[in-house]
Design a protein around this ligand. Structure first.
Ligand SMILES: [Zn+2]
Length: 262
Protein backbone atom coordinates (compact mmCIF):
# COMPACT_ATOMS: atom_id res chain seq x y z
CA UNK A 1 0.00 0.00 0.00
CA UNK A 2 1.51 3.39 -0.94
CA UNK A 3 2.60 5.38 2.10
CA UNK A 4 0.58 8.43 1.10
CA UNK A 5 -2.63 6.48 1.80
CA UNK A 6 -2.36 5.94 5.58
CA UNK A 7 -1.02 9.48 5.77
CA UNK A 8 -4.57 10.71 5.13
CA UNK A 9 -5.59 9.07 8.39
CA UNK A 10 -2.53 10.16 10.40
CA UNK A 11 -3.09 13.73 9.22
CA UNK A 12 -6.70 13.68 10.44
CA UNK A 13 -5.65 12.11 13.78
CA UNK A 14 -2.92 14.71 14.20
CA UNK A 15 -5.34 17.57 13.59
CA UNK A 16 -7.82 16.15 16.13
CA UNK A 17 -4.99 15.81 18.64
CA UNK A 18 -4.05 19.43 17.99
CA UNK A 19 -7.69 20.49 18.47
CA UNK A 20 -7.83 18.63 21.81
CA UNK A 21 -4.49 20.19 22.87
CA UNK A 22 -5.69 23.72 22.10
CA UNK A 23 -9.22 23.31 23.45
CA UNK A 24 -9.31 21.04 26.52
CA UNK A 25 -13.11 20.88 26.34
CA UNK A 26 -12.63 18.53 23.33
CA UNK A 27 -11.98 15.22 25.05
CA UNK A 28 -10.36 12.93 22.47
CA UNK A 29 -9.98 9.21 22.92
CA UNK A 30 -9.25 6.14 20.88
CA UNK A 31 -12.07 3.60 21.23
CA UNK A 32 -10.31 0.88 19.27
CA UNK A 33 -8.12 0.21 16.27
CA UNK A 34 -8.00 -2.05 13.25
CA UNK A 35 -4.88 -3.56 11.73
CA UNK A 36 -4.33 -3.82 8.01
CA UNK A 37 -1.09 -4.57 6.16
CA UNK A 38 0.76 -4.40 9.47
CA UNK A 39 -0.44 -0.86 10.09
CA UNK A 40 -2.67 0.25 12.93
CA UNK A 41 -5.66 2.48 12.14
CA UNK A 42 -7.26 4.08 15.23
CA UNK A 43 -10.98 4.76 15.60
CA UNK A 44 -11.49 8.02 17.47
CA UNK A 45 -14.27 9.49 19.58
CA UNK A 46 -14.57 13.06 20.77
CA UNK A 47 -16.82 14.19 23.62
CA UNK A 48 -17.45 17.88 24.11
CA UNK A 49 -19.84 20.08 26.08
CA UNK A 50 -21.86 19.57 29.25
CA UNK A 51 -25.17 21.13 28.10
CA UNK A 52 -28.65 19.68 28.46
CA UNK A 53 -29.20 18.85 24.77
CA UNK A 54 -27.43 15.77 23.43
CA UNK A 55 -26.37 14.71 19.96
CA UNK A 56 -24.11 12.15 18.33
CA UNK A 57 -22.36 12.91 15.02
CA UNK A 58 -20.98 10.15 12.80
CA UNK A 59 -18.70 10.53 9.79
CA UNK A 60 -16.56 8.34 7.58
CA UNK A 61 -18.54 5.10 7.62
CA UNK A 62 -17.91 4.86 3.88
CA UNK A 63 -14.25 5.53 3.14
CA UNK A 64 -14.80 7.06 -0.28
CA UNK A 65 -17.21 9.67 1.14
CA UNK A 66 -14.49 11.99 2.38
CA UNK A 67 -16.40 15.29 2.59
CA UNK A 68 -18.07 14.32 5.90
CA UNK A 69 -14.89 13.65 7.93
CA UNK A 70 -13.12 16.70 6.45
CA UNK A 71 -16.13 18.99 6.98
CA UNK A 72 -16.53 17.89 10.60
CA UNK A 73 -12.85 18.44 11.38
CA UNK A 74 -12.77 21.88 9.72
CA UNK A 75 -16.04 22.80 11.43
CA UNK A 76 -14.51 22.35 14.91
CA UNK A 77 -11.17 23.87 13.87
CA UNK A 78 -13.15 27.07 13.30
CA UNK A 79 -13.41 28.62 16.76
CA UNK A 80 -16.72 30.33 15.89
CA UNK A 81 -18.35 26.88 15.73
CA UNK A 82 -17.64 26.38 19.44
CA UNK A 83 -20.71 28.52 20.21
CA UNK A 84 -22.75 25.43 19.31
CA UNK A 85 -21.24 23.54 22.21
CA UNK A 86 -22.59 25.83 24.93
CA UNK A 87 -25.95 24.16 25.36
CA UNK A 88 -24.97 20.75 24.11
CA UNK A 89 -23.41 17.51 25.07
CA UNK A 90 -21.90 16.21 21.86
CA UNK A 91 -20.25 12.94 21.05
CA UNK A 92 -18.74 12.37 17.67
CA UNK A 93 -16.98 9.60 15.84
CA UNK A 94 -15.12 11.45 13.10
CA UNK A 95 -13.82 8.46 11.12
CA UNK A 96 -15.59 5.14 11.56
CA UNK A 97 -13.79 3.44 8.69
CA UNK A 98 -10.17 4.67 8.78
CA UNK A 99 -8.79 2.01 6.45
CA UNK A 100 -11.46 2.74 3.83
CA UNK A 101 -10.64 6.44 4.15
CA UNK A 102 -6.92 5.70 3.69
CA UNK A 103 -7.62 3.74 0.54
CA UNK A 104 -10.49 5.87 -0.78
CA UNK A 105 -12.80 2.84 -0.89
CA UNK A 106 -16.40 2.51 0.30
CA UNK A 107 -15.91 -0.53 2.55
CA UNK A 108 -13.07 -1.66 4.82
CA UNK A 109 -11.50 -3.85 2.15
CA UNK A 110 -13.82 -6.73 3.04
CA UNK A 111 -17.43 -5.49 3.22
CA UNK A 112 -19.58 -2.34 3.28
CA UNK A 113 -19.52 -1.74 7.06
CA UNK A 114 -22.98 -0.15 6.97
CA UNK A 115 -24.55 -3.50 6.05
CA UNK A 116 -22.93 -5.53 8.82
CA UNK A 117 -23.82 -3.98 12.19
CA UNK A 118 -25.15 -6.69 14.54
CA UNK A 119 -24.54 -9.34 11.93
CA UNK A 120 -22.58 -12.60 12.24
CA UNK A 121 -20.37 -11.07 9.54
CA UNK A 122 -19.63 -7.95 11.67
CA UNK A 123 -16.12 -6.58 11.18
CA UNK A 124 -13.84 -5.27 13.95
CA UNK A 125 -14.93 -1.71 13.02
CA UNK A 126 -18.62 -2.67 13.45
CA UNK A 127 -18.02 -4.16 16.89
CA UNK A 128 -15.82 -1.32 18.18
CA UNK A 129 -18.28 1.39 17.07
CA UNK A 130 -21.49 -0.33 18.16
CA UNK A 131 -20.17 -1.49 21.56
CA UNK A 132 -19.10 2.08 22.26
CA UNK A 133 -22.32 3.76 21.10
CA UNK A 134 -24.55 1.32 23.00
CA UNK A 135 -23.15 2.83 26.20
CA UNK A 136 -24.56 6.25 25.28
CA UNK A 137 -27.90 8.02 24.85
CA UNK A 138 -28.67 11.12 22.78
CA UNK A 139 -31.70 12.89 21.35
CA UNK A 140 -30.27 13.33 17.88
CA UNK A 141 -27.94 11.51 15.52
CA UNK A 142 -26.36 13.39 12.62
CA UNK A 143 -24.94 11.03 10.02
CA UNK A 144 -22.63 12.52 7.38
CA UNK A 145 -22.63 10.58 4.12
CA UNK A 146 -22.15 11.24 0.43
CA UNK A 147 -23.84 9.82 -2.65
CA UNK A 148 -20.86 9.29 -4.95
CA UNK A 149 -23.08 9.00 -8.03
CA UNK A 150 -25.21 12.08 -7.31
CA UNK A 151 -24.86 15.60 -8.65
CA UNK A 152 -27.31 17.09 -6.11
CA UNK A 153 -27.80 17.21 -2.31
CA UNK A 154 -30.46 15.30 -0.41
CA UNK A 155 -31.05 14.29 3.20
CA UNK A 156 -32.70 11.67 5.37
CA UNK A 157 -35.02 12.14 8.31
CA UNK A 158 -36.11 9.26 10.47
CA UNK A 159 -37.16 8.19 13.95
CA UNK A 160 -39.59 10.86 15.18
CA UNK A 161 -43.24 9.77 15.30
CA UNK A 162 -44.98 12.46 17.39
CA UNK A 163 -47.01 14.48 14.90
CA UNK A 164 -46.36 18.00 16.23
CA UNK A 165 -42.64 17.41 16.63
CA UNK A 166 -42.44 15.73 13.23
CA UNK A 167 -44.14 18.74 11.60
CA UNK A 168 -41.61 21.11 13.18
CA UNK A 169 -38.70 18.91 12.18
CA UNK A 170 -39.85 18.66 8.56
CA UNK A 171 -40.17 22.46 8.46
CA UNK A 172 -36.57 22.70 9.77
CA UNK A 173 -35.40 20.22 7.13
CA UNK A 174 -37.11 22.17 4.35
CA UNK A 175 -35.41 25.33 5.63
CA UNK A 176 -32.08 23.46 5.55
CA UNK A 177 -32.66 22.43 1.93
CA UNK A 178 -33.60 26.04 1.10
CA UNK A 179 -30.36 27.22 2.75
CA UNK A 180 -28.31 24.78 0.64
CA UNK A 181 -30.10 25.92 -2.51
CA UNK A 182 -29.75 29.60 -1.64
CA UNK A 183 -25.96 29.12 -1.63
CA UNK A 184 -26.20 27.99 -5.26
CA UNK A 185 -26.01 24.23 -4.64
CA UNK A 186 -28.37 21.83 -6.40
CA UNK A 187 -30.93 19.96 -4.29
CA UNK A 188 -32.29 16.71 -5.75
CA UNK A 189 -35.87 16.76 -6.98
CA UNK A 190 -38.21 13.83 -6.61
CA UNK A 191 -36.91 10.35 -7.17
CA UNK A 192 -36.50 7.09 -5.31
CA UNK A 193 -33.48 6.65 -3.06
CA UNK A 194 -32.78 3.16 -1.73
CA UNK A 195 -36.45 2.22 -1.92
CA UNK A 196 -37.62 5.41 -0.17
CA UNK A 197 -39.36 8.32 -1.81
CA UNK A 198 -37.37 11.54 -2.05
CA UNK A 199 -39.62 14.56 -1.94
CA UNK A 200 -37.74 17.67 -3.06
CA UNK A 201 -34.54 16.57 -1.36
CA UNK A 202 -36.05 15.11 1.82
CA UNK A 203 -36.20 11.34 2.25
CA UNK A 204 -38.34 10.30 5.21
CA UNK A 205 -37.42 6.72 5.97
CA UNK A 206 -39.06 4.29 8.35
CA UNK A 207 -36.49 2.73 10.71
CA UNK A 208 -39.08 0.22 11.91
CA UNK A 209 -39.55 -1.32 8.46
CA UNK A 210 -38.47 -4.91 7.89
CA UNK A 211 -36.15 -3.60 5.22
CA UNK A 212 -34.41 -1.19 7.62
CA UNK A 213 -34.18 -3.71 10.43
CA UNK A 214 -32.55 -6.22 8.10
CA UNK A 215 -30.22 -3.72 6.50
CA UNK A 216 -27.35 -4.03 8.99
CA UNK A 217 -27.02 -0.22 8.87
CA UNK A 218 -25.89 1.64 11.97
CA UNK A 219 -28.63 4.29 12.08
CA UNK A 220 -31.69 1.97 12.40
CA UNK A 221 -29.68 -0.23 14.78
CA UNK A 222 -29.12 2.71 17.15
CA UNK A 223 -32.80 3.74 16.92
CA UNK A 224 -33.87 0.18 17.70
CA UNK A 225 -31.65 0.08 20.79
CA UNK A 226 -32.96 3.44 22.02
CA UNK A 227 -29.49 5.03 21.82
CA UNK A 228 -31.02 7.87 19.83
CA UNK A 229 -34.52 9.13 19.00
CA UNK A 230 -33.99 10.95 15.74
CA UNK A 231 -31.63 10.51 12.76
CA UNK A 232 -30.73 13.19 10.26
CA UNK A 233 -28.52 12.03 7.40
CA UNK A 234 -26.79 14.20 4.81
CA UNK A 235 -25.91 12.98 1.32
CA UNK A 236 -23.63 15.39 -0.48
CA UNK A 237 -23.14 14.96 -4.24
CA UNK A 238 -19.96 13.05 -5.07
CA UNK A 239 -19.97 14.49 -8.57
CA UNK A 240 -19.37 18.02 -7.30
CA UNK A 241 -15.91 19.39 -6.33
CA UNK A 242 -14.74 18.44 -2.84
CA UNK A 243 -14.68 22.02 -1.54
CA UNK A 244 -18.36 22.43 -2.48
CA UNK A 245 -19.28 19.15 -0.78
CA UNK A 246 -17.43 20.14 2.40
CA UNK A 247 -19.25 23.49 2.40
CA UNK A 248 -22.64 21.77 2.02
CA UNK A 249 -21.87 19.35 4.87
CA UNK A 250 -20.95 22.29 7.08
CA UNK A 251 -24.03 24.32 6.12
CA UNK A 252 -26.25 21.33 6.85
CA UNK A 253 -24.54 20.57 10.18
CA UNK A 254 -24.78 24.18 11.32
CA UNK A 255 -28.42 24.31 10.35
CA UNK A 256 -29.37 21.11 12.17
CA UNK A 257 -27.49 22.05 15.35
CA UNK A 258 -28.97 25.55 15.34
CA UNK A 259 -32.57 24.43 14.78
CA UNK A 260 -32.15 21.58 17.27
CA UNK A 261 -31.15 24.06 19.97
CA UNK A 262 -34.24 26.26 19.51
ZN1 LIG B 1 -22.38 6.54 2.92
Amino acid sequence: MPRRDPDRVWELVRRYQSLADRFPQFRLREIGAVERFGLRFPILAVAVGEGPRSAIILAGTHGDEIAGPLALLEFWETAASHAFIENMRLLFLPLINPFGFARGIRGNGVVDLNRHFERPTAQPENTIVLDFLLQHRAELLVSMHEDVTSSCFYMYESGVRERALFARIVADDVALLDAIESQGYAVCGSNHVDGNYNRSGLVVSNPGSVRASRSGALEPTLLRHGVIRRVVGFETPGRQPLTDRIRQQQLALQHVLRSFLV
